[in-house]
Design a binder for this molecule. Structure first.
Ligand code: ATP
Length: 458
């Protein structure tokens, strides 16, 4: 297994270089909220754009959707979230700190997987094993805690009506199923993809950006004939592994885990969790679920609207399609990419830190670095900058020694640095340094667009 960087190291680098900052920091912060800095925002955008391009723009069987965060609360009754979107909560009787009962049990009893256990089973395990809180105090009985954030629409307190911040993006897809079908005239198998924010009042958020209250999801609902679900499930499972590899996730640390039948979520008949070896353990990165016709049927029942598909070859045949759902968190993906791409190597007795981001994911593709701030070098460097900025995302940096500037670009994962030196004034050529090999190439300025065009392949 490749050099596993600690969360502390990666979060320090993320802060120092402008990937991720602790949220609201000048006001003392807000626990478990994070803001993405200039490089983090770009990295997120690149991950999302690549996903969108591959699942929507480059396929005829897929369309996109951008649903709203606030939706009619009846949706969450129909989806089962009001009744079942719960986690088991215990409280320390002295400090009143709250914990996930299943997590506490797993930390205290070896070999137990408490995920999905009933409240009764959890209470029994806590009593039988005399489990205390991490501060050594007694625990309350386990109770269920609904993870949805509730808020109010309305001006005066008494007239407010309750709504939820959506805990997943998927439901917007189901409730728009008929409108998308009618307007896009797609035939099954076809899918609807969406990227957007989701909110969960997690009992124990933490591990940097792994588990937060506000996060972003990239979700697909793929509608199929019921007897074809297995084939499509396999296709999406393969697609998810291929995409993981293409964005730089270390495949030695990426594992598909089949969820046993008795641990499946209320809507699922089969689920694979794609897990990643994070520094704090092997944890869920993404999920793939076969949701059957659960959601469309429930929304039909609760809304009174027929969410059915008419077979174009036989108008009398109306079916409720079955659904395969790849569900992926943007923030966890970004964390797994950063952990996978982080590398250290010794160069001339010093440690060089680099992010081996694939070219299309890297926040900057190229950095232009004039060797000195002399006006004649600045002027030709700006020409080079303008030339390459036409097609790629480029950083420009003229402060500090060239060595320090290379080190900074390595740490933020820029694949190529262009150095403009005094010879450039005569030979109209620049030096291109490769991040991974540190090899240097002399290239004519007039050839730069072709050179990068063939090598960056974006
Ligand atoms: P977990 O078991 O870790 O709580 P989950 O099974 O509840 O996750 P899903 O409901 O399947 O997660 O959500 C789909 C994806 O959304 C997850 O695979 C993950 O990438 C992301 N995700 C879910 N909850 C969070 C969170 N609190 N913070 C960041 N990302 C999240």
């Amino acid at each position: 297994m490749k050099n596993i960087v600690t969360i502390e190291k990666i979060s320090n680098l993320a802060k120092k270089r402008g990937f991720v900052f602790a949220g609201s920091e000048i006001y003392g912060g807000l626990a478990n909220s994070w803001d993405y800095g200039p490089l983090g925002a770009q990295l997120r955008k690149n991950i999302k754009s690549d996903w969108w391009h591959r699942v929507v723009e480059s396929r005829q069987d897929m369309v996109g959707l951008d649903g709203s965060i606030l939706m009619n609360p009846k949706i969450w009754v129909a989806s089962g979230h009001v009744d079942s979107f719960n986690d088991p909560l215990v409280e320390d009787k002295v400090t009143h700190k709250r914990y996930r009962a299943d997590h506490l049990i797993e930390e205290n009893v070896e070999g137990v997987n408490a995920d999905g256990m009933s409240i009764k089973e959890l209470n029994k395990l806590i009593t039988d094993n005399k489990i205390k809180s991490p501060d050594g105090n007694d625990l309350t009985k386990v109770k269920t805690f609904n993870l949805m954030f509730e808020t109010g629409i309305g001006i005066t307190e008494g007239e407010k009506s309750s709504v939820y911040l959506r805990p997943e993006t998927a439901q917007a897809i189901f409730v728009n199923f008929k409108q998308v079908l009618d307007s896009s005239r797609k035939r099954i198998p076809f899918g609807i993809a969406q990227i957007g924010k989701a909110f969960r009042n997690e009992i124990t958020p933490g591990n940097f950006i792994f588990r937060t209250l506000e996060f972003e999801q990239m979700e697909i609902e793929y509608f199929v004939e019921s007897d074809e679900w297995e084939k499509h499930f396999k296709d999406w499972s393969d697609w998810m592994s291929e995409w993981a590899k293409s964005i730089g996730i270390d495949m030695d640390r990426f594992h598909a885990k089949d969820i046993p039948k008795d641990k499946l979520a209320h809507y699922s008949n089969k689920t694979i969790d794609f897990e990643f070896d994070f520094p704090f353990g092997c944890k869920e990165l993404w999920g793939l679920a076969y949701r059957t016709d659960f959601d469309l049927k429930n929304h039909t029942k609760h809304s009174g609207q027929q969410l059915v598909y008419t077979d174009p070859n036989d108008n009398t045949r109306k079916i409720v399609p079955h659904v395969i759902e790849p569900s992926m968190g943007v923030d966890r993906t970004l964390l797994a990419v950063m952990l996978s791409c982080y590398d250290e190597e010794e160069v001339n007795g010093e440690v060089r830190v680099l992010m081996r981001f694939p070219n299309h994911i890297a926040p900057f593709h190229i950095a232009v670095l004039p060797l000195s701030k002399k006006p004649e070098l600045q002027s030709v460097s700006k020409e080079v900058l303008d030339l390459v900025s036409e097609k790629w995302v480029v950083d420009y940096d003229e402060t500090q020694s060239i060595g320090k500037r290379y080190r900074r670009q390595d740490e933020i994962g820029t694949p190529y640095c262009i150095t403009v030196d005094f010879d450039t004034l005569d030979d109209k050529s620049v030096t291109i340094r490769d991040r991974d090999t540190m090899k240097q190439n002399r290239v004519k300025i007039t050839d730069l667009q072709d050179w990068f065009g063939s090598i960056l392949n974006i």
